[in-house]
Design a protein around this ligand. Structure first.
Ligand SMILES: Nc1nc2c(ncn2[C@@H]2O[C@H](COP(=O)(O)OP(=O)(O)O)[C@@H](O)[C@H]2O)c(=O)[nH]1
Ligand SMILES: Nc1ncnc2c1ncn2[C@@H]1O[C@H](COP(=O)(O)OP(=O)(O)O)[C@@H](O)[C@H]1O
Length: 297
């Protein structure tokens, strides 16, 4: 008969303690989320209490993501700005890191319910990376985001609605939009049709405090940066080059000559990724969309 090893009393006790600690941390996060305790109070408790207290063993990333209105992308950005490593626990911060975090939390608390200024975010990236798919996901799932509707001289594809997907205009109408100063930027894309971003709806949305998302090509992103340096530029990346090729071929909207031409352009476009403020990898559409939306606030 095989002998059953007696339970190791110390290991059982340690496992129970770990479960209790995890629950206690979850309760702290829930309290921050429900606004029962502020993240500032929790950080202060971590620094004045015991180093094993749930507040002290909470990771800084968890403390920040528990705060209402802060998503994972934004938190990663803040931690980079505060020079705090991803794995750091609140109780394990050095003196300078504590001061930076404290100042950031105090500033955010003082901001109170005043919303952050609305942002203009530009989403660009190589052909077939999924810019359209991610933007459509955002339009369908995040109604608070104002998605700019571009004007184009190309004809509508089946299922595309004028005024929703694009404003489909003639060459003359496009010229008139430029002449009357209504275009923020314009570009001829893939050597064929003209595309442009109408400016009045963007100005109106920003004035109302609504953040705006533009899904445009690389030339357009560069033009927006020149016209509005405060715009945030996001580059959408494929998980791998092979996946980009698969998506382009899988979409089946271009013949093989056009596909080869677009892939050449894609190589040039990928080389421009470091001009952008942020890079988002489009592995899973919902996740990429969430990361882009996080950058809007
Ligand atoms: N510069 C600029 N590019 C745009 C604008 N609207 C769309 N684009 C880009 O034009 C390209 C072609 O878009 P589309 O006609 O939807 O075709 P698809 O990308 O091949 O499905 C994409 O790279 C878009 O990002 C715009 O207003 N300005
Ligand atoms: N995250 C993803 N995973 C798998 N396929 C995707 C993903 N995002 C987009 N696709 C697919 O890739 C193809 C190109 O996407 P599309 O949005 O048309 O690209 P773009 O607008 O950048 O040219 C489409 O067939 C789309 O369904």
């Amino acid at each position: 008969m095989p002998r059953v090893a007696p339970p190791d009393v110390d290991r059982v006790a340690a496992a129970q303690a770990a479960v209790a600690a995890r629950r206690a941390r979850a309760a702290v996060k829930q309290d921050i989320h429900d606004r029962k305790r502020s993240a500032l109070e929790v950080a202060e408790a971590a620094w004045t209490g015991e180093h094993t207290a749930p507040e002290a063993t909470l990771r800084v990333r968890e403390l920040l993501t528990s705060m209402p209105g802060l998503g994972p992308t934004r938190v990663a950005r803040v931690m980079e700005q505060l020079e705090i490593a991803e794995s750091k626990r609140v109780g394990g911060l050095g003196i300078r890191q504590r001061r930076r975090l404290l100042e950031w939390l105090v500033a955010r608390e003082h901001r109170g319910s005043t919303p952050e200024p609305a942002r203009l975010v530009v989403l660009a990236g190589p052909t077939a990376v999924g810019k359209g798919t991610v933007s459509t996901y955002i339009r369908d799932n995040y109604p608070d985001v104002h998605l700019s509707v571009s004007a184009t001289t190309r004809t509508a594809r089946p299922g595309e609605v004028d005024g929703v997907h694009y404003f489909f205009v003639s060459d003359d109408e496009f010229d008139q939009l430029i002449e009357s100063g209504q275009m923020l930027e314009t570009a001829t894309v893939h050597n064929s049709f003209r595309y442009g971003t109408p400016r009045p709806p963007i100005d109106a949305a920003l004035a109302e405090g609504k953040s705006v998302l533009l899904e445009i090509d690389l030339q357009g992103a560069r033009s927006v940066r020149r016209a509005m340096p405060e715009a945030v530029l996001v580059f959408l990346l494929p998980p791998t080059w092979e996946e980009l090729v698969r998506r382009l071929i899988g979409r089946g909207t271009e013949d093989s000559v056009e596909q080869a031409r677009r892939l050449e352009t894609a190589k040039i476009e990928l080389a421009a990724q470091d001009e952008f403020d942020y890079k988002v990898i489009n592995s899973e559409v919902s996740r990429a969309a969430q990361e882009v939306v996080d950058l809007l606030s």
